[in-house]
Design a protein around this ligand. Structure first.
Ligand SMILES: [Zn+2]
Length: 244
């Protein structure tokens, strides 16, 4: 709640002017700058998500989901060992990037919508757009891992990152464990940021924000597993060698 300094009326946290006297409560935030907002999400997440909640446009949300889609594609390529289906690393990177980005962009209303409904069921009165801003910017660590860690993984292991014979662990166990650990850390960090963002920008208690974030993360992981199994099934039905 935000109390009006003029008439002491309680207003919504994100109100710009007082609903009773029309007095000024806080600055409007018309737009979000991508790098500034991402930096702020790492540096002072509470402040960042307040600004995201306040922003009239949740700019760059779709772009962030596009990069997240690339992370999803390479995770599935790795998890389901689809490397055998590609004749070169470049082909794999091209398909993973293009299909991944398209998948992430298509996924954004599903993830934001799920998070909006989950938060609503847990008592949030904020709208779909806030859920979109929160889910998109909570992906910042994963987006950073695509830009910083994925290229190192591709340079270190090449196509063997995605094959079972040889398995990348056998090639370079230390790098494999360290790089994978960083990916896992980025994923967990995103879940924590989702909880912080939900708490702040969707005006929920800590416990409910955390519960809502774990449910949304679970839905995303479930969806990815379904896509992975289904694609693997289609590839085997099509009789492509490599999978039994
Ligand atoms: Zn007032």
């Amino acid at each position: 709640m935000r109390e009006c300094p003029v008439c002491q009326t309680s207003n919504d946290d994100f109100a710009i002017i007082c609903r009773s006297c029309g007095g000024y409560l806080q600055n409007r935030v018309p737009n979000l700058n991508l790098f500034e907002t991402m930096w702020s999400v790492f540096d002072s997440p509470v402040k960042a998500f307040r600004r995201i909640g306040l922003a009239e446009h949740k700019n760059h949300a779709v772009l962030l989901f596009g990069v997240f889609g690339i992370a999803c594609a390479f995770t599935l390529l790795w998890l389901f060992r689809w490397g055998e289906f590609f004749d070169s690393l470049l082909t794999l990177i091209a398909w993973g990037t293009v299909l991944g980005a398209a998948f992430g962009i298509a996924l954004h209303p599903v993830v934001a919508g799920t998070h909006w409904i989950v938060a609503k069921l847990l008592g949030s009165r904020r709208g779909y757009r806030e859920a979109l801003g929160v889910t998109a910017y909570a992906l910042s660590p994963i987006v950073l891992s695509v830009v910083l860690i994925l290229p190192i993984e591709l340079l270190t292991f090449g196509i063997y990152l995605f094959t079972s014979n040889p398995h990348p662990y056998a090639l370079n166990p230390v790098s494999y464990v360290v790089l994978l650990g960083l990916d896992v850390a980025a994923g967990l960090w995103s879940v924590v940021l989702l909880a912080v963002g939900t708490r702040i920008a969707q005006s929920m208690t800590v416990g409910r924000a955390l519960a809502g974030s774990v449910i949304t993360a679970g839905v995303i992981i479930g969806l990815l597993a379904l896509v992975g199994w289904e694609v693997t099934r289609i590839l085997s039905v099509a009789g492509i060698p490599g999978l039994g």
